[in-house]
Design a protein around this ligand. Structure first.
Ligand code: ZN
Length: 90
C-alpha cells in the first residue's frame, strides 16, 4: 500500500495531461500489457457500434480502451479495468 500521507492532489496532473490530450490521437503508440505487442493506435481493432467503442489488441484481443459517448460527455476507460474518466465535450 502506498504512503497515502505524502501525496499531491490531482491538479498536478493538469500540465502533463494537457500536453498529451492536445496532440493528434493517431500519433499515439500503444503497448499491450498482455502480449507485449506494440504499435500505433490505428492498428487496434475497434468494435462498436457507437456510442460505445472498444479497442482491442490485434494480437491477443486484450482491451486497450473503451470509449462511450453520451450527451455532453465522453467516458474513457484505459485498459480492461473498471473506473472511467468522464470528459465534457461540446
Ligand atoms: Zn496483446
Amino acid at each position: 500500500m502506498p504512503d497515502t500521507a505524502a501525496h499531491l492532489d490531482g491538479n498536478c496532473l493538469a500540465g502533463p495531461l494537457s500536453e498529451i490530450l492536445s496532440v493528434e490521437p493517431t500519433t499515439a503508440w500503444w503497448r499491450c500489457p498482455e502480449c507485449a505487442r506494440s504499435g500505433p493506435l490505428a492498428e487496434l481493432h475497434v468494435y462498436g457500434p457507437e456510442p460505445g467503442l472498444t479497442a482491442r489488441c490485434p494480437g491477443c484481443a486484450y482491451i486497450a480502451l473503451r470509449l462511450v459517448r453520451e450527451e455532453g460527455h465522453i467516458w474513457l476507460t484505459l485498459g480492461s479495468g473498471t473506473g472511467a474518466f468522464r470528459f465534457p465535450v461540446a
